[in-house]
Design a protein around this ligand. Sequence first.
Ligand code: IVH
Length: 673
Amino acid sequence: MSTPKERHDQLVREIQAHVHRYYVLDDPTVTDAQYDALYNELVALEREYPALVTPTSPTQRVGVEPRGDLQKYERPVRMYSLDNAYSADDVRTFDERVRRGLREGDKLAYVAEPKLDGGSLEIVYEVEGGRATLARASTRGDGKIGELVTENVRTVKSLPLVIDVGELPVKALTLRGEVVIYRKDLDTINAERERNGEEPFANARNAAAGGLRMNDPREVAKRPLRVSFYQLVEGPLLHKSHADSLEWIARVGLPSHRRQVVCQSIDEVLSAIDDFDRARSGYPFETDGVVIKVDDYQQQAILGETAKFPRWAIAYKFAAERARTVIRSIEVQVGRTGALTPVATLDPVQLAGTTVSRASLHNFERVTTMDMRVGDAVEIEKAGEIIPQVMVVLHHERPEGTVPTPVPSECPECGTKVVRAGEEVALRCPNRRCPAVVRAALHYFTRRFAMDIDHLGHSLIEQLVRSAMVSDVADLYDLTVEKLVTLERMAKKSASNVVAQIQASKARTFDRLLTGLGIPQIGQVAAKQLAEQVPSLEEALTVDVAERAASIHGFGPAMVEGVRAYFGDGENRAVLEKLRARHVSVPFVRAAVATEGPLLGKSFCVTGVLTRKREDVHEAIRNAGGTVHDAVKVGTTYLVAGEKVGQTKLDAAKKRGSEVITEEALYAMIRGE
Ligand code: IVH
């Protein structure tokens, strides 16, 4: 018989080995039930002998308490990002530059490896007595300063908390990698979210990168995050080349993509890129390109870094994926503003990681110009890799008997004659009692950045409107458990959840209410600026809001007009009165306005996929004395472009004379560099 301590050690090792086989090698040797039996035995053993519990036991992965705001972490070695290449020519230019930086005739090898599409992460393992123990995990942040997410990362099952590495001449191992979610796991959590009336994730990257920064490790544990390492910072102290380090990482049992290819020439690199592009749809994770790195560490050191990028590596980005499918029907959706949007139902097709069966056709002008018809074969692409878009109609393949898509003259929902306002391309239903408009307005009101009401999904909103229980946002606050249980499929427990969520939203600040009302031209940022002038609902009902709006720096005529139209309207005012009577929203407290700082006198519009939450970036700008605009307008000094920035924004910046800068450049400005 072994002692409890021996049995504990044995179980820990066995469980770790199974976890590794399951999550990293994708090759389990036991069934889930057998695994559970081992795990349960460990839990029971630790319950009986609490002294055996160590921080690295597999039972200690799930943090017990939410850990408040993320702590900043300044790392000793900066995390660089990569310069991009979009064509074979770009890759050849990179090769020439590298060769110029080395001695002529030097042997040069590259490693080509998949560029995983998730969030970057650094993990430090402390090394002692031949074992490495997970000590710290941090996000990239601005490269130098990241955020500590250790507790969250401890929930990632594929990541060993402790591992045998043998005797090493270093005290710490600093590994960099990507946190990702596998495609199949994304499908599972999205199905679950939809069942709960939550918005599904648009892609694996958002789900993964967002998961890492969540507040409650118990919530993080529910997201099937995985980590894949692509760089060992101490590599040059331990190995000769990057390829050696990658091999070592996999050998000791740390997770990595294990798909690197060593290339002896740039032609070999280009053919590896082609191979990756063909193979990647079969990978369990999303990739958006190939990273090419000089293999030899000495050569890497000679080449060094620019302010932003290492000179020894580049990221080749794949062109947006396209898929072919067929339009099966074209429906008309009526949005929050009454705009009619044609939406195509498509034969389901795999595209960039999700199954696509619908695509917005934007407006009828586009449908007519491109002559899109039901029955047409089309090519679709994801705009910014999120929203699928019809790029090409394959007219020459058109089957017989198709008919031009009719342009509606009446609202499909309420039958009101549609209008086209001035220069606008959109057709609109002018009836604001139109059930479709009401539903969309209610949904917008509940969104996270507005009143943040959970559990009020599309189908419940639809029931509420159909049963006439709710006809404007203020009616939500009159809902009771007794009323809700009369709806189909509504149990008492969910009903009280919904009511509790709605009631809790009364404590949101007035700027969020302003956002949720969907005032024309007033987004999140403008709503905050407006709330600085008019901080409460009470005040909004007594003063001339449009006049105050006109005094705000950066509010153009269209915005002021939007405010005037909204507050000048009797029906809107009636809703506002109802909200006031129900005590919805608390006064907005104006954040201290920085009157100095490196960004004083400069204005910014922030767009694209960023390494931090957009709101946090806005706050950082304001704290440094800058101002923030929702959109690029005349006078916007800078457009801060994250990854996947839209062409429209870039065009607007060009037209308005705004300089386009990266997120990193913004942080450098904030630091006064
Ligand atoms: S190497 C100095 N390798 O891409 C080397 N990065 O666009 C820096 N990424 O911030 C990174 N897969 O988060 C490297 N195989 C890979 C990668 C990879 C994904 C991410 C990483 C980086 C971003 C740069």
